[in-house]
Design a protein around this ligand. Structure first.
Ligand code: UDP
Ligand code: MG
Length: 155
C-alpha cells in the first residue's frame, strides 16, 4: 500500500460556481490530508506545462482558454493510494458520463468544464506537484487523527 500525493485543481468553473468548499470538503471528509493549498491564476505558460501531453491536440486551444479564464484552487492531497482514490471521486472526464456520487457526475455535464483536475498516475503527480508548488509550500505536519483514517499497514 503506497502513501501517495496527488495534485488537484478546482478549475475556474468550480471557483466561479462557488464549489471550492464542496469539492475540497469531499476530499477532506474522505480522509485525505491536505499538504499544500493555494489560489492562483493559471497563465498560458503554466497551462502548457501542466497539459504538455495535450498541447498538440485539437481541443487544446479551448482548454487553455478555459483553464486561464479565472482563478483556480490548487492543492496537494496525501493518503493511501491517493491518486486512484481522487480519480475515482472525480469520475470520468465527460460529466455527462460521470456517475452520480462523483464530483463531475454530481455537479456538471460538460466534457471541458468538469470542475476538477487530479493527477492520473505517480509520474504525472510528481511532475504536476512540481509545476504548481515549490517544495517549501508543502507542509509536513503532525497529524494525530491520521490514526483514525486507516490502519498502520495501509500507509
Ligand atoms: N478536455 C476538453 N476536451 C476534450 C478532452 C478534454 O476540453 O475533448 C479538457 C477537460 O477539461 C479535461 C482536460 O482537457 O479535464 C484534460 O483532459 P484529460 O483527457 O487528461 O481528462 P482528465 O484527466 O481531466 O479526466
Ligand atoms: Mg488527464
Amino acid at each position: 500500500m503506497a502513501l501517495e500525493r496527488t495534485l488537484v485543481l478546482v478549475k475556474p468553473d468550480g471557483v466561479q460556481r462557488r464549489l471550492v468548499g464542496e469539492i475540497v470538503g469531499r476530499l477532506e471528509k474522505r480522509g485525505l490530508r491536505l499538504v499544500g493549498l493555494k489560489m492562483l491564476q493559471v497563465t498560458k505558460e503554466l497551462s502548457r506545462q501542466h497539459y504538455a501531453e495535450h498541447v498538440s491536440k485539437p481541443f487544446y486551444p479551448m482548454l487553455e482558454e478555459f483553464i486561464t479564464s479565472g482563478p483556480v484552487v490548487a492543492l496537494v492531497a496525501e493518503g493511501p493510494e491517493a491518486i486512484t482514490v481522487v480519480r475515482g471521486m472525480m469520475g470520468p472526464t465527460n460529466g455527462r458520463q460521470a456517475a452520480p456520487g462523483t464530483i463531475r457526475g454530481d455537479f456538471g455535464l460538460s466534457r471541458q468544464m468538469n470542475l476538477i483536475h487530479g493527477s492520473d498516475g505517480p509520474d504525472a503527480a510528481k511532475k504536476e506537484i512540481g509545476v504548481y508548488f515549490k517544495a517549501e509550500e508543502l507542509l509536513d505536519y503532525d497529524s494525530p487523527l491520521g490514526g483514525t483514517v486507516c490502519a498502520g499497514d495501509e500507509k
